[in-house]
Design a protein around this ligand. Structure first.
Ligand code: PEP
Length: 263
């Protein structure tokens, strides 16, 4: 492991309060169980972060149902303004004050279904930096863009816009970039480990061109139809520092299976 890893579960619009709380408690028990002492050691030594992104409704109950901070809790989205007339939104400021460990920004479902732009992504990232929180920014190409050879240009532009104006300390210590090819999300199609490595390594080089001091520390994750079967191959790649898992994170056994396979 060249950098501390992150394994995150994106629950999207799934799970009510009771189910979410039970999952967090079950995950804590797994991470703390004597036969998984390797995982507990990685967590204690800050070499691994395990987190879930519940719906906004469940964030508070997940936070207070934990008995340790072994499981981190993140928000799937947030608004850059502190407060105001933004019906339906929750501010990044309120999320961080509540104790959210991460804010997920620019997930492809936000970009494609809700029209989130690179400019809005950049404002959200700036807000997380200013408020002392941690951000996970998603980037990735559509199938049509991959097929027309635009993957690197698309990803470069998304990374440059998300990181523009940010400090290298923030990017090195409090930001992760999740490479999620849009065609691999929820489709059962996974990028091959080599393809994922190629783009993740490219993302690191884009960061190097913007802020040389942050490039070797910034965490770059892969996401897109990750499951137990492909976990090991993906994580053995040099520039992949963890996973963002959607569908396979909804079931406790599936998610812990991935963690067991990985560490
Ligand atoms: C995601 O939602 O970020 C994701 C990667 O989903 P899935 O694992 O289901 O493809």
């Amino acid at each position: 492991m060249l950098r501390p890893h992150i394994v995150a579960g994106n629950w999207k619009m799934h799970k009510g309060i009771e189910e979410a709380e039970a999952f967090v408690r079950g995950l804590e028990r797994t991470l703390d169980s004597p036969d998984r002492s390797g995982l507990a050691e990685l967590l204690e030594e800050d070499l691994l972060e395990v987190l879930v992104y519940p719906t906004a409704l469940c964030i508070h109950s997940c936070l207070i149902s934990r008995s340790t901070e072994m499981v981190k809790i993140g928000a799937q989205n947030g608004h850059w303004e502190e407060k105001g007339a933004y019906t339906g939104e929750i501010s990044i400021s309120a999320l961080i004050k509540e104790g959210c460990d991460y804010v997920l920004i620019g997930h492809s479902e936000r970009r494609t279904l809700f029209g989130e732009t690179d400019e809005q992504v950049a404002k959200k990232v700036a807000s997380v930096e200013a408020l002392g929180g941690k951000a996970m920014v998603c980037v990735g190409e559509l199938l049509s863009q991959r097929e027309s050879g635009e993957t690197f240009n698309v990803v470069r532009s998304q990374v440059e816009q998300a990181l523009g104006g940010r400090s290298s300390d923030f990017v090195a210590q409090r930001l992760a970039i999740a490479y999620e090819p849009v065609w691999a999300i929820g489709t059962g199609k996974t990028a091959s480990a080599q393809d994922a490595q190629e783009v993740c390594s490219y993302i690191r080089e884009v960061v190097r061109s913007l802020m040389p001091n942050a490039a070797d520390s910034v965490r770059v994750l892969y996401g897109g139809s990750v499951k137990v079967d492909n976990t090991f191959d993906i994580l053995k790649e040099r520039d992949i520092d963890g996973l963002l898992v959607g569908g396979a994170s909804l079931d406790l056994e599936g998610f812990t299976g991935i963690l067991n396979e990985a560490y």
